[in-house]
Design a protein around this ligand. Structure first.
Ligand code: 4AD
Ligand code: MG
Length: 432
């Protein structure tokens, strides 16, 4: 019996006859030979159909195959040093499974809205394949890193009554006659987890009703949020930089094929595995921007031109420490030596990709936290449980959130976050 394999396993079957379930992505034919570009979800490679080696009927079938037809291919695997994949199959038989005609995404250029309308099919392209492989590797490496460091994965709820990141960007829904919100962040629950289990991380979808249409904002994105008890901000920064370096190294180690499909320069990525990452204060960042003639003053938040300028001054990702209180959320711990900034940091990615991590040390004092919840105009009833964490054995603790799509966009060097998630949700897009 001929063994059924996936394309990715071809290297273990050189000179053997195998059977592969595949789709056709493209085709070139002459009178004597057809080259079939095949994909099976594990990789892409070429099938060669030589007229003199197969029946007239098979050669005719090969010539008539249309893009995205599915089929069983039988043939012998050969090395193919000219191709990026390194192997090809010399086809002896083709059995069509599912016909395909007028496939909308042809090898020519298409506009972005057309591609997004056909996202369910666009995912099949080699570029989208590579991005999803890298995203998957980053998720796998995240679990490996945090498990190795003694964290447990803790799932935070998606339906909540709280609004940790501000009330202007909430998706509200009706929960049996009470208002509920789709979670903006799992952090408050992760803090409860840290008090129970020491070191936890959440990983789940988070939602922001962002009205802005930018390359960096989705309305639904996935966030990894570690939270650590008995941990100050400087220790948290060390975890953050080791985590980022680990993610980059894991992609370099396991996604060489995908990085090549994306033309991503591996030597460039290697720079991001060198530690430590530089740290500058918000004050220094403002000075740096003012010297470069940006129209900013102390207290302003940074937009993407400002973040790009700052990160361009460094070879590695850079931490910006101690932002003004007025532009950050209520739960952060104020600095000890001055009352206008928090003990917090954002990590900016290089190459103009902007903020990928936001994090801080957390307020541990019951009265101070309660006052800030009230000052933020939030309903105290919804935060009683959160305040309890400061009532029963409050300890210094810190944490951070990495936006997965921001990190994928940077590591894959994409133009826009919309390609970093299988089905992007943006202000004007809920379909497919
Ligand atoms: O800076 P943010 O809002 O921080 C938090 O949510 C904290 N609760 C995290 C924590 O300390 N546990 O968001 C964290 C990260 C950002 O740095 C960014 O990478 C990503 O989440 N992010 C978005 N990604 C895509 N689309 C959006 N609209 C995003 N908003 C934030
Ligand atoms: Mg932020």
């Amino acid at each position: 019996m001929t063994e059924q394999i996936r394309i990715i396993e071809a290297k273990d079957h050189v000179d053997e006859e195998v059977r592969i379930g595949a789709w056709l992505t493209d085709k070139r034919s002459s009178g004597k030979i057809s080259f079939l570009q095949l994909r099976d979800g594990s990789a892409f490679f070429q099938g060669v159909v030589v007229k003199s080696n197969v029946s007239e009927e098979i050669f005719q079938t090969a010539k008539e195959l249309r893009q995205e037809t599915s089929m069983w291919i039988t043939g012998v695997i050969h090395e193919d040093s000219r191709s990026h994949f390194g192997y090809e199959i010399e086809v002896s038989n083709i059995e069509v499974i599912g016909e395909s005609s007028d496939y909308p995404i042809t090898p020519k250029e298409h506009g972005i809205e057309f591609l997004l309308d056909h996202r369910h099919l666009w995912l099949r392209s080699s570029r989208q394949f590579a991005i999803q492989q890298i995203r998957n590797e980053m998720i796998r490496a995240t679990y490996e890193f945090f498990n190795n460091e003694g964290f447990i994965k803790m799932d935070a709820p998606i339906l909540t009554g709280s609004a940790p990141e501000g009330t202007t960007e909430l998706f509200e829904t009706d929960y049996f006659d009470h208002p509920a919100y789709l979670s903006q962040s799992g952090q408050l629950y992760a803090e409860a987890g840290a008090m129970a289990y020491g070191k936890v991380f959440t990983f789940g979808p988070t939602f922001r009703a962002e009205k802005s249409k930018t390359r960096r904002h989705l309305t639904e994105f996935w966030m990894i949020e570690p939270e650590m008890a008995f941990t100050h901000q400087d220790q948290s920064l060390e975890v953050q930089e080791r985590y980022i370096a680990f993610l980059v190294q894991s992609v370099i180690d396991h996604c060489e094929y995908d990085l090549k499909l994306l033309d991503r320069d591996i030597d460039q990525l290697k720079k991001y595995t060198k530690l430590p990452f530089p740290r500058i204060s918000y004050d220094e960042a403002i000075e740096m921007l003012q010297k470069a003639d940006f129209d900013v003053k102390w207290g302003d938040d940074f937009g993407s031109p400002e973040e790009t300028y700052i990160s361009d001054q460094f070879e590695q990702p850079v931490f910006i420490l101690n932002y003004p209180k007025s532009i950050k959320p209520f739960y952060m711990k104020p600095a000890e030596d001055r009352d206008d900034v928090y003990v917090c940091a954002d990590l900016l990615a290089p190459e103009g990709y902007g903020e990928i991590i936001g994090g801080s040390e957390r307020e541990t004092d019951y009265d101070a936290l309660k006052a800030r919840i009230e000052a933020a105009g939030l309903d105290l009833n919804e935060y009683e449980w959160y305040l309890d964490l400061r009532k029963y054995g409050s300890v210094p603790h810190s944490g951070f959130g990495l936006g997965l799509e921001r990190a994928v966009t940077w590591i894959c060097q994409l133009d826009h976050l919309r390609e970093a998630i299988p089905f992007p949700r943006m202000i004007n897009r809920l379909k497919p």
